[in-house]
Design a protein around this ligand. Structure first.
Ligand SMILES: [Zn+2]
Length: 76
C-alpha cells in the first residue's frame, strides 16, 4: 500500500507565535487556507468536528486536545 506522496503534514497553531494570517482567541481560531488563500474562522463550539475551507474544502481546521490543528481535509 503506497503512501501518498503529496501528503501535507498536520500542524498546530502556536498561540505565542501566530502568523500574520492567523488568529486564535478563546474558542475561535482563524487561519488562511494553504490551498486557496481564503481566511476562515473555526469555532470550537460550532464546529465540533472541525471545519474545512468554505471555498475549496482542501484545508481542515480542528480544535484538538493538543490545540488548533491545521491539516489537509482527507476525510470528507
Ligand atoms: Zn481553501
Amino acid at each position: 500500500m503506497p503512501e501518498p506522496i503529496y501528503y501535507r503534514e498536520m500542524r498546530l497553531l502556536d498561540k505565542n507565535n501566530l502568523g500574520q494570517d492567523e488568529d486564535w482567541y478563546g474558542n475561535t481560531a482563524a487561519i488562511r487556507c494553504f490551498a486557496c488563500g481564503k481566511v476562515f474562522v473555526t469555532s470550537q463550539v460550532l464546529h465540533r468536528k472541525g471545519r474545512v475551507c468554505p471555498v475549496c474544502g482542501k484545508c481542515k481546521v480542528a480544535f484538538t486536545k493538543e490545540g488548533v490543528s491545521v491539516s489537509e481535509a482527507t476525510d470528507l
